[in-house]
Each structure stands twice: as structure tokens, then as C-alpha cells.
Design a protein around this ligand. Sequence first.
Ligand code: ZN
Length: 381
Amino acid sequence: MKLIKNAQVFSPTSLGQKDVFIAANKIIAIEDDLSHMNNEFTEVIDAHGQILTPGFVDSLVHITGGGGEGGYATRTPEMKVEEAFIGGVTTVIGALGTDAETRSLENLLAKTYGLEEQGLSVYCYTGSYHYPMVSITQSIKRDIMLIEKFIGVGEVAIADHRSSQMSVAEMARVASEARVAGMLSGKKGIVSVHVGDEVAKLSTLTRVIEQSDIPISQFYPTHINRNKALLTAGFNYAKLGGNLDFTTSTTEQIIEQGETPAAKALALALAEGIDVSQLTMSSDGNASLPTFDEHGLLIELQVGRVSSLHQSMVDAVLLHQVPLALALASITQSPADILSLKHKGRIKVGNDADVNLLDAITLSIKRVIAKGQDVTVNCNL
Ligand code: ZN
């Protein structure tokens, strides 16, 4: 049991100074003073001067590695559990990337189970970048219904030269299969959509919505900050009720080429009047981040970092004046709600005890508790 005293609690909504009591893997009580809960079995943590937040939810990580677009030597490594915990991330959604030939859903599922054993909460997507999609049971519908960890399908690519150029009818079929499987199994059945640089932007999704009764909330498009035109199209898509996800892993060269940093994209979206419940950030962790020279030759390959999620939240607050509660919502409550992760994303009685303590000034991470266990990582990875 843990009694966290005198923290400024952001649920992510600001609750003021509170004590939070944790037993096993659950939040049991949030009150002004819980001193009476202290006994010989309780660890007391004085969090005076610290901010208590939900553990962060990272809705897209290539936990089994990604990349490979510059040849086999450019395949990126698997995510280590410490890479999540060092960035305050306590829930991760794993996905395959561009390569579903040498990487498999079986491997993704095994990695998901492994990370769970190490204290992280992990879910994943069946399907793949390309259509027709890979699955374990020969059906994405059966995968979502029968395999607990599969909460949706993706990341399926559109508007990208690496995509399979899915038609509107194909996308509609995938979305309805995921949706029905989700309805029957009590999951969201979300369709995670990688959006590339092509001019089509989000039109495949808007046409599905125009031509069918599939709700816009079934889709979860990501990389919306990758260029200015897509960001503008994203704002229009959100005004129809759609969700937008901004990618936090980046490089200086990618920013120079027109990507808007995720923190700034979040600030711009909020300034457009888009509700934070539709706005999230994810790290795209362990994806490859290639740097090319002026002749287009690969000169360096960096790897996306899960810890960029926390840094982007900090940047949103300190550089772009986004209120802390809203910046936090984009990496806690909003992704948990979009994905229907019922016990995640909020400091609330009965929820999983996924808790971060942050320095109140710098917002640096002081302590990470995942499913009730202290998993704070003090080393620099
Ligand atoms: Zn992607």
C-alpha cells in the first residue's frame, strides 16, 4: 500500500492538493487528508511541491521494432520496458509497422505479454500497414473478438507511397469488421490509421464517412503534424468530429522539412477550438527516423523514443502556453477514452494505480508507479 501525501493532483483536471491512497494495483481513495489510512504496511510518500498525474498512455509504439525502409540494416530494435517507464509511460499500444513480412503479429503478441509481465500495461492492434491485412486467425474480426490484447486494427497506411493504396470500399470494410468485432467483445475496435505525405491526405476516411454509417470516431489517424497541409486538413477533419493524433518522435531535419512539432500542433489545434477529447499525442516509438543528404542518400538513422511523449507534453506547457490539464489530457484521458481503456488515463477511485509524480516547476519525472508498483528509472538510457 502507498499513501502519497500533499500532491497537486491533476486527474488530468486540477483537483488541488490531495492525498492519494493506493492498494495493490488500484487507486482506493483521493481525499484532502488520508493520514488515518497510514499503518505499518503503508509506504508514505511526501509529494509536497510535486504534481501527481495519471501514468501516460502512448497510443502508438512499434514495440517489436519498425523501420527497415533503408534495407535490412535499418530495421530498428524492440522497445525495452525501461524506455517507457523513464518517460512516465505506463500504458502502451503496440503495432506492426511498414514491414509485416519479416515481423509478425505472433511476435507482437508475445512482446505484449512480456512487457505486461514487466509491469507495463500493453494492448496491441491486429492487422497491418497493408491491405489485405495479416491476422492470427485469418480474420481481423476473429482476432479482435478472441484475443484479449487486440483492441483494434492498424496501423493501416493511407496517402503514403509505402501504403497499399486502399480503396474507399476496402477501408470501409476494414472499419466495419473492426467495429462489429469491437461491439461484440466490448472493445472499441478502433482503426489506427497512418497518414502519409500524399495529397489525398484524409480523404479516404472522409469518403468512408460520407458513404456509410460508420462513425468518424471509429478512426484514429496519426502523424497529422507531418506537414502543414495535412495539419490544416486535420483541423477540418476534427471539426467533423474526428480524432487527431500528433507524433512526438522527430529530428531537426524532419522539422526543417515542414513537420510541426507535436507540442505546437496541439497548441494550434486547441486555438482552433478543437476539443482536447479529440486530440492526442503518441511517440511512434521505435519507428525509424532517417536523415538523408541533399542527394537523398541515407546518412543517419535515428530511432523514435517513447520518452519524447513526456518531453512534448512539457514543451506544450512551457513553450506553447498550453494549460497543464489540457497537455496532460492529450497523453492520458483522451487516448484512454478514444481507445475505450476503461481503467486508464485518469486519477480516479477504482482506476488502475498508474501514477506519475512530476516536479511542479520543470515537470521532470520524479517517480513512476505502474499498476501499483514503483518502476521509477533513474538511469539515462
Ligand atoms: Zn506510421
